[in-house]
Design a protein around this ligand. Structure first.
Ligand code: GLP
Length: 245
């Protein structure tokens, strides 16, 4: 895994944008795997600014998102579908029909997982953006998730519900279940960038980069990926400093 340590969140977002922008300019028909959460917001705002300023086009780009809460429709402000529209898709020239995410309102969970897996088998990510959960999760693959997992339904861990409750009115409003791409869907991406910012990610960053590859830290599987770059700020890199200097 390549590791880039930046001074702060802004520099982390600059470095992520540089890689994303290269992918899009080299292949205007690329498939972008996208993530939600606060971490990639700086990357998305740079993509919007670049589209406005330089006219970078997303007309032929397709996207696949990692995960979605079960029970929230795409107009619900807490849904990941809404998040993607309000932070990226509404401000670039991407065709809405080219953006993909699991349907949080699907009643037949296994049919929805099958639909999404079939889609991912034809839309292999040229680049996959990832954030990192403080317990080492990626997408919603919580500790214990098998490495060969594909899109599935997950019961969110207490720590993830607590971490994500900051975006809801109350912790009781956080859905308890979600659809998520599995770890093998993520590992299938040609290129991965994983972003981490802040001291609360330092332990997970250490486990991902320096720990044993094990299901207790789902992100540790990325050590086996041929083209993964971790971009993290100095606070998130606190425990790996000595290895990257
Ligand atoms: C959620 C998302 C993950 C994201 C993680 C970290 O659990 N499902 O995809 O990486 O939160 O979020 P944040 O970037 O807000 O710290």
């Amino acid at each position: 895994m390549k590791v880039i340590v930046t001074k702060d969140y802004e520099e982390m977002s600059d470095a992520a944008f540089e890689i994303m922008s290269k992918t899009v300019s080299e292949n205007p028909r690329a498939v972008l795997g996208l993530a939600t959460g606060s971490t990639p917001l700086g990357l998305y705002s740079r993509m919007v600014a670049d589209h406005e300023k330089n006219g970078t086009s997303y007309k032929e780009i397709k996207t696949v998102n990692l995960d979605e809460y079960i029970g929230l429709d795409s107009d619900n402000k807490e849904s990941y579908a809404y998040f993607m529209r309000k932070n990226l898709f509404d401000f670039i020239d991407i065709k809405k029909e080219n953006t993909n995410i699991e349907d949080g309102t699907a009643e037949d969970f296994s049919a929805e997982c099958e639909r999404y897996n079939a889609l991912l088998s034809v839309l292999r990510q040229d680049i996959q953006v990832l954030g990192l959960g403080s317990n080492g999760h990626i997408a919603f693959n919580e500790p214990g998730t098998p490495f060969d997992s594909v899109t599935h339904v997950v019961s969110l861990s207490e720590s993830t519900i607590k971490d994500n409750s900051r975006l809801f009115d109350s912790i009781d409003d956080v859905p308890k279940k979600a659809f998520t791409m599995g770890l093998s869907n993520i590992m299938n991406a040609k290129k991965i960038i994983i972003l981490a910012s802040g001291e609360n990610k330092a332990k997970a960053v250490y486990g991902m980069v320096k720990g044993k590859i094990c299901v207790d830290v789902p992100a540790s599987i990325l050590q086996n990926h041929a083209d993964t770059t971790l971009i993290c700020d100095a606070s998130a890199a606190k425990l790996i400093e000595e290895f990257v200097k």
